[in-house]
Design a protein around this ligand. Structure first.
Ligand SMILES: Cc1cc2nc3c(=O)[nH]c(=O)nc-3n(C[C@H](O)[C@H](O)[C@H](O)COP(=O)(O)OP(=O)(O)OC[C@H]3O[C@@H](n4cnc5c(N)ncnc54)[C@H](O)[C@@H]3O)c2cc1C
Length: 473
């Protein structure tokens, strides 16, 4: 089924040598970066985004066209590596690597997340308990730095500090234009086991053991994640590569993956459908658009059952404040968006969920264990090596009660996560004070990198970019 040759893959054919075309695109980008000059906010001009921060309509930005950087330049099935431009979506990257029986070490669940976005803004998936985070399988980064140079950063060259400080820099030190990543072999199918638990401590006890042993009930485990429907209905999903499947399920049509977790104890998917199992319904968030009701689902074209389509709808709603205005007209309370992914040490995760169920109350909740692959922490997102964390993801709204202002619930979550020794991803709203933020995200290391790679501040500062709600990405 899988070939073994070096392949050049791209959405539209590149004339001649793809590396020559890449070099031309780099030269053109440098010129346009020089042309836009300094000051204000730079925005990457790209088709998709998975951030959950929305710009103020009035905000002035300078756009940097990076649309040329969307090619998988090569896949080397022998070395098990791929050379990829920074704006390549994981959807395209996975198609290119699966053709060789390989996949990236970690494939974030949303199809339009790009490799550059997952490295600059972090990512996670169910292989993270054994493979760490997406940036941990990057061996080389080509970066357009804030001061306009194009450099290659590796763990062992003069730009090693940038290489290690790039993850969680969110495009404030530079933009990555090309990355070399490691790949791992796959089998054609994935067998899933959904185990039900009626309490969190028991689930985390099993999760901890499975992540250490990579086996459950005598069968290997390659992927681990979990879904919490309520305090007494939670599932651990253990999955493994298999060569054969008696039949395979399809959750891109009328059936809905997250519901299958409650309905089946064993399931089979093709490896591609496994990787994208959460995308079709944006985990469960498609229900906000009625897409999970059979009639609407039948009428909603299949090609639009995708996370990027739902995200565009949410962005439109934000831009025009439609839901907020409707709530005002009806005399209903305003809703606060509580869309976050946090990492909590596994020993504290049951406690986190207890507080979360009591004070926030969003359901379902996604769980995903992760452990750093590297022996040393990554400076700007200082997770402890050897510590198993659980990523807890929740993406919904909470009604504000009288006396509560927008940010109340997000702040409560930030405080709870901090008190439990956890960390919070920065793709959504962030409410820390500057001091607290730099304390958590290693201000000293960041300022040193900013001084080396963007001394004139042509790109925004990280705190300013992620904490100020009106800053355009
Ligand atoms: C509801 C929701 C659920 C999510 N769940 C998950 C999840 O389960 N797993 C997961 O892995 N992630 C998840 N994410 C987060 C997502 O991975 C991050 O937001 C990621 O940074 C998005 O990548 P993108 O390619 O879409 O980048 P964009 O959204 O376009 O940009 C993200 C940031 O990275 C910067 N950036 C983009 N490309 C580059 C580049 N080439 N070089 C330098 N900087 C760059 C941008 O300037 C911006 O600041 C979720 C997000 C949402 C909204």
């Amino acid at each position: 089924m899988y070939g073994f040759s070096v392949a050049i893959v791209s959405a539209r054919p590149l004339p001649g040598d793809p590396y020559a075309a890449h070099a031309q695109a780099v030269a053109a980008l440098r010129r346009s970066y020089d042309d836009i000059g300094a000051g204000g906010s730079v925005r990457l001009n790209k088709q998709t985004s998975n951030l959950f921060r929305f710009p103020a309509a009035s905000q002035k930005v300078r756009r940097l066209d990076v649309s040329a950087f969307d090619h998988v330049l090569s896949v080397d099935p022998v070395a098990r590596t791929a050379d990829v431009e920074g704006m390549v979506t994981y959807e395209k990257l996975v198609d290119a690597t699966l053709a060789h029986g390989l996949m990236p070490f970690v494939v974030p669940q949303l199809k339009t997340i790009t490799l550059g976005g997952a490295v600059a803004g972090l990512g996670i998936e169910s292989s993270s308990f054994r493979n760490g985070l997406p940036h941990e399988s990057v061996t080389e980064l080509e970066v357009l730095t804030g001061d306009g140079r194009v450099i290659v950063a590796r763990a062992d060259n003069e730009h090693a500090e940038l290489f290690r400080g790039f993850p969680n820099s969110y495009g404030t030190l530079g933009y990555t234009l090309r990355l070399t990543i490691e790949l791992e072999p796959v089998k054609p199918y994935v067998r899933l086991r959904h185990l039900r638990f009626d309490n969190a401590p028991e689930l985390f006890e099993v999760m901890d053991r499975v992540c250490a042993e990579r086996v459950y009930d005598g069968e290997p485990v390659d992927f681990v994640d979990g879904t919490v429907f309520s305090p007494d209905e939670q599932y651990l999903t253990l999955a493994a590569f298999v060569d054969q499947a008696p039949q395979v399920s399809d959750y891109t049509g009328m059936a809905i993956y997250y519901r299958s977790v409650q309905q089946r104890s064993v399931d089979y998917l093709t490896v591609r459908d496994y990787l994208w199992r959460w995308d079709t319904d944006w985990f469960w968030c498609s229900r906000a658009f009625g897409v999970q009701q059979p009639l609407v689902r039948r009428l909603w074209p299949g090609r639009y059952r995708r996370s990027d389509v739902y995200r565009r709808l949410v962005a439109f709603d934000h831009r025009h404040r439609l839901t907020a205005r409707l709530a005002s007209l009806r005399g209903k309370p305003q809703e606060e968006y509580v869309v976050q992914d946090v990492e909590v040490p596994i020993a504290e995760t049951a406690k986190f969920l207890e507080i979360f169920h009591r004070d926030v109350g969003i359901e379902p909740v996604w769980l995903c264990p992760l452990k750093l692959r590297a022996p040393d922490p990554w400076p700007l997102y200082p997770l402890e090596p050897e510590q198993l964390y659980v990523n807890v993801g929740f993406w919904s709204t909470v009604s504000l009660q009288p006396g509560q202002s927008d940010g109340f619930y997000n702040r409560l979550i930030e405080e709870t996560v901090g008190a439990l020794g956890g960390h919070k991803s920065l793709y959504s709203s962030v409410h820390y004070s500057a001091d607290e933020f730099w304390d958590r995200y290693n201000g000293a290391a960041y300022q040193a990198l900013k001084q080396s790679y963007d001394p004139a501040g042509r790109l925004p500062d990280l705190y300013h970019k992620v904490c100020a709600p009106s800053v355009k990405e």
